[in-house]
Design a protein around this ligand. Structure first.
Ligand SMILES: C[S@@+](CC[C@H](N)C(=O)[O-])C[C@H]1O[C@@H](n2cnc3c(N)ncnc32)[C@H](O)[C@@H]1O
Length: 466
């Protein structure tokens, strides 16, 4: 294990916390300034749709600004909603995101290969016109679904067919969530959009962000915006409260959402979004970058691997996955969440081993590791000290060099408390951020730039590099 330099002056807040928590790894002198930034700091595409366990764009920026230059490739093999690749593209880097969850892939792709404002608005107008031509049929179909979801078939997502080509049933909780006219519009839009086309995918991602939430800008008020409540809970809640969703216009809601998303110009560079397992990400990244005539190795990785706690990305997003035509159960069956510690560390080791082939020799790898003792009251074995174990059992054996550990205490507590209430706030210790070099030269680069001042002006006055 290699210790990074400690500064002679009084310990910073992060270092003090490290002492309090008896961190056995050396601290790296990176101030967690990302905690001090506004909630929506960063590019206006970031809040496209909420996503569980995502980190703030300001955290990505703290590392992108220190450890990459414009034109460099910045990779996140577990990209989630695309925070790191989007922020990288917005700062003139080539942001590459990979995720095994098709919903995460769609969100990442919509941000790093986005629609232009003009194309999005044109397509929206086209959809609105198409709706007016066929509204009667879709509204009638939605009325039948609302009356008897178990007996009414609808066309599948992305099939671009008419009401006359039904192939699937609507889950009863989906029918409950929307006013019948809103549901009619959603059925029409869901059938019309092609998720493999850039502009349609952008609109689909934007709709997932307004599908449910507790204000008039959302299409259903049945559930909060952060995640979908359990379907059984939703059914019982709707029955107990005689819930009837207010009528919301999908096209008006989407217009307002696009206005918010395009508050800033699109990211200055175009990135890459890949769908697949992080363990074999390297050849897919190289191939995709070469096909685009880009440098084929990443100089920086900023990522948070799946945590030890149970985050079922399909189950907690069932209304969004329904809209997109994805199978929530299939998503949860494939993702690597909810591991116990030893298989988790073996998984992480495999990921780091595979990653090496796509890293430059001076690459810096930043791993945000959740350090969680209990998850919503249930004890998670091996949660504490996970970052230390990740270093010893996954990164060191694969030849990575340790620059140090940075702490992200407040953000973690705030994040968990928001999701699960005070109990989680008490249970969460902290997130720890392992800063590694792919080689000794990467480690030295990590240490040399750790205490640099970062420009937190957003949007940036100019693109700055090291
Ligand atoms: C903690 S989240 C990352 C969130 C991300 N940093 C953000 O800001 O949105 C972990 C991600 O790992 C993904 N995942 C789980 N198993 C995976 C695997 N084997 N390969 C690639 N991605 C996986 C999940 O779908 C999830 O999006």
């Amino acid at each position: 294990m290699t210790a990074g330099p400690t500064r002679a002056r009084a310990p910073t807040a992060a270092q003090q916390l490290a002492l309090d928590l008896q961190v056995s790894l050396p601290a790296i002198s990176i101030e967690p300034e990302w905690k001090a930034q506004q909630r929506l700091w960063g590019h206006s595409f970031h809040p496209m749709c909420s996503y569980l366990a995502s980190f703030p764009a300001s955290l990505s920026h703290a590392f992108i600004a220190r450890y990459s230059r414009p034109g460099d490739v910045v990779l996140d093999p577990f990209s989630g909603r695309g925070t790191t690749p989007l922020q990288a593209c917005a700062e003139g880097r080539i942001g590459v995101g990979n995720d095994l969850n098709p919903f995460a892939h769609l969100l990442t792709a919509s941000k790093v290969e986005p629609a232009t404002r003009a194309a999005a608005m044109t397509r929206l107008t086209q959809l609105r016109l198409g709706w007016h031509a066929d509204a009667a049929e879709w509204t009638s179909l939605a009325g039948r679904v609302t009356e008897d979801p178990g007996a009414t078939m609808i066309p599948s997502a992305g099939s671009r067919t008419t009401t006359a080509s039904p192939t699937e049933l609507v889950p009863v909780e989906v029918a409950l969530a929307f006013h019948p006219e809103t549901l009619g519009q959603l059925l029409y839009v869901r059938t019309s959009l092609r998720f493999d086309e850039r502009t349609d995918r952008f609109l689909a991602a934007a709709i997932t962000g307004i599908l449910h939430g507790k204000s008039a800008s959302y299409l259903s008020e049945l559930m909060p915006n952060t995640f979908s409540m359990a379907p059984r809970y939703v059914r019982e809640f709707a029955a107990r409260t005689a819930f009837a969703s207010p009528r919301r216009d999908v096209f008006d809601g989407l217009t307002s959402k696009l206005d918010r998303l395009f508050r800033q110009p699109g990211p200055s560079s175009e990135g890459v979004a890949l769908l697949g397992d992080a363990r074999d990400v390297a050849p897919r990244v190289s191939e995709a970058l070469r096909a685009r005539g880009r440098p084929d190795r990443a100089r920086l990785v900023v990522t948070s691997p799946p945590y030890l706690r149970v985050v079922k990305y399909g189950y907690y997003n069932w209304l969004r996955t329904w809209f997109l035509g994805f199978d929530a159960k299939a998503i949860d069956a494939t993702l690597d969440d909810a591991h116990h510690r030893e298989p988790y560390l073996a998984f992480l080791r495999d990921v780091l081993a595979g990653l090496r082939a796509v890293l430059t020799d001076d690459a810096v790898v930043v791993l945000v590791i959740g350090d969680v003792e209990t998850d919503r009251g249930r004890r998670i074995r091996g949660g504490i000290g996970l970052a230390e174990r990740a270093w010893e059992q996954a990164a060191a054996p694969e030849g990575y060099r340790l620059a140090g550990v940075a702490l992200d205490d407040v953000a973690a507590v705030r994040k968990m408390t928001k999701l699960w209430g005070d109990e989680a706030g008490r249970a969460t210790k902290t997130d720890r951020i392992l800063v590694l070099g792919a080689t000794e030269s990467g480690r030295r680069r990590a240490l040399a730039a750790a205490s640099l001042d970062i420009d937190w002006t957003w949007p940036p006055r100019s693109l700055r590099g090291l």
